[in-house]
Write a protein that binds this ligand. Structure first.
Ligand code: ZN
Length: 276
């Protein structure tokens, strides 16, 4: 007779668990995540939260390790809830930090899915939207940029893929599109004019490097490409899920794309700095 992995009592021939115990276990897990998620950004009595959680855990056969990971999931949910209604407020930020400290949740574990970074990013955006330059960033790489005297670094993205948009023109359908040389000119056979001109634009990978964001410029430094772009030279900003595209105020410059891995933050950061 096997024993139930949850309650430890006999589970029946060739069985490892009671269906009921398993259901209770799963229900308890989601209840804990939801309890933590709810109080997370709103704030509240954390001692009472802890007692409720312990009660649910003991009723639902949840061990200490599982509980720890449920607290992390709950904290991540709380971050999402905090951003649901727009930007992270100061009150939400401190409630989340308090929750993190109450349960001694380590930053690197909270950041496994990027939730802790999101909190920092939210705070940076809030500063900028309030018209102040954030003082919070710690840069752990040496920067290859030549900043101007009054310029301030706001954020540095590492390992950014840089792409340039190229427009290619080709002709489809005109099979006889060859030219022949006649006298000094080039003569195109009629077939060349039957084809349709098709313009395709494609993004071409150009380099990978650091993307430095200041209050005045975007800097890029890769192994082959290095440049800086002033905000007042940018006419279009295009948001992508994983980055941003910009178009400069010059006909000769093609759209430029930066893949930072976080389009939401990159776009909000750059757009708002450009307006400061
Ligand atoms: Zn059982």
């Amino acid at each position: 007779m096997g024993q139930c992995i949850y309650c430890g009592k006999p589970a029946g021939f060739l069985k490892k668990k009671h269906k009921k115990c398993e259901q209770q276990h799963e229900k308890g897990k989601s209840e804990i995540i939801s309890l933590v998620g709810k109080i997370g950004a709103a704030g509240g009595d954390l001692h009472q939260l802890e007692r409720s959680i312990e009660r649910v855990a003991s009723m639902s056969f949840i061990d200490k390790n599982t509980l720890k990971s449920l607290l992390v999931s709950g904290w991540e949910r709380a971050v999402n809830i905090a951003f649901d209604d727009g930007l992270l407020s100061e009150k939400e930020e401190s409630a989340l930090i308090e929750l993190k400290e109450h349960f001694a949740l380590p930053e690197e574990i909270l950041d496994k899915n990027g939730a802790y970074s999101k909190l920092e990013k939210g705070a940076v955006l809030r500063d900028i939207m309030n018209g102040t330059l954030p003082e919070r960033i710690k840069i752990d790489v040496s920067l290859p940029f030549n900043f101007q005297k009054t310029e301030k670094v706001v954020w540095v993205f590492q390992g950014v893929n840089y792409y340039e948009e190229k427009t290619r023109t080709r002709y489809v359908g005109g099979s006889q599109g060859f030219s022949i040389r006649i006298a000094k000119g080039l003569y195109y056979r009629t077939g060349a004019f039957k084809g349709e001109r098709v313009q395709t634009s494609e993004t071409v990978y150009a380099d990978t490097g650091l993307l430095g964001i200041t209050n005045k410029h975007i800097y890029f430094a890769g192994s082959v490409k290095r440049f800086r772009i002033a905000y007042n030279k940018i006419v279009t900003f295009e948001p992508f899920s994983d980055g941003i595209g910009i178009q400069r105020d010059a006909q000769t410059v093609r759209p430029q794309l930066f893949e930072t891995g976080d389009g939401w933050f990159t776009y909000n950061l750059i757009r708002n700095l450009a307006q400061l």
